[in-house]
Design a protein around this ligand. Structure first.
Ligand code: F6R
Length: 256
């Protein structure tokens, strides 16, 4: 595990975006796993800017989003399809047919999960999986509980998740109760996982996830097992990892 701490959001977003840019320059047909929510917005803005500057092309890339709400029309502003169009897809040259997002409106959700799982299998391994972290330790919508799922499945959102996501909706009741999400098996198959966490309100959970016991009660704790986990934190999220002594250089690599 490598942990990088950044003094400000700008640098964090740029570093995360450049990780993706470097991958695509090395491997133009890379498969990317993508997250939504507040965390990646600035990263996607940096990726769009890198594309505009001609530094990167997504023309041969394939993307898989982690999740989609159940029951929100695709053109609803808070569907993850709309989010991805707004923040990334409409600004880059990724072919639409290779931008995969689960269909949260499928008549048969079980079949939709199977379809998504099959697409993931056919794509082989995700080269880089971008993850955010929920306040309760969820990744994707793999919520804490007594058991976790390996495959794409329909998840019931934890009350805390609905509460956290209410900020994107007009009222908390509008937050869908369920989502289709990639399972932990799909996430863990990624060659590299890039976990990005921002804000002092996530300092405890990211510390617990990365240093605490492995438990289904904190799905992100399993990330400790991944052979190539890269973590990018801002100062707020890194607070529990201890402060460097006065005069000591800010560590950018490894646990401090
Ligand atoms: C989003 C997702 C979620 C978010 C997490 C953090 O596709 O799968 O796991 O990454 O809820 O959300 P934010 O970034 O809004 O704090």
């Amino acid at each position: 595990m490598k942990i990088h701490v950044f003094a400000n959001e700008e640098e964090l977003h740029e570093a995360a975006a450049q990780t993706i840019v470097r991958l695509l320059r090395r491997k133009p047909d890379a498969v990317l796993g993508l997250a939504t929510g507040g965390t990646p917005v600035g990263i996607y803005a940096k990726l769009a800017a890198a594309f505009r500057r001609g530094e990167v092309s997504f023309a041969r890339a394939t993307t898989f989003n982690l999740d989609e709400y159940v029951g929100l029309p695709p053109d609803h502003p808070e569907s993850y399809r709309s989010y991805m169009e707004r923040h990334l897809f409409r600004h880059i040259d990724l072919p639409q047919e290779r931008a995969h997002i689960p269909d949260g409106n499928a008549a048969d959700l079980e079949r939709e999960c199977e379809r998504y799982e099959r697409l993931l299998q056919e794509a082989g391994r995700i080269d880089l999986m971008l993850l955010g972290l929920g306040h309760n330790g969820h990744i994707g919508f793999n919520e804490p509980g007594r058991q976790l799922h390996s495959r794409t499945h329909v998840a019931v959102l934890h009350p805390k998740t609905r509460e956290a996501n209410a900020r994107f909706f007009r009222s908390p009741e509008e937050v869908p109760a369920r989502a289709v999400t990639m399972g932990l098996g799909g996430i863990f198959k990624a060659v590299t996982i890039l976990l990005v966490v921002k804000g002092a309100d996530k300092a405890d959970i990211v510390h617990r996830a990365l240093t605490g016991p492995l438990t289904t009660e904190c799905p992100a704790s399993l990330l400790q097992l991944h052979p190539d986990l890269v973590v990018m934190l801002d100062e707020g999220a890194a607070a529990r990892f201890g402060r460097p002594a006065p005069g000591e250089a800010q560590p950018v690599n490894g646990l401090r």
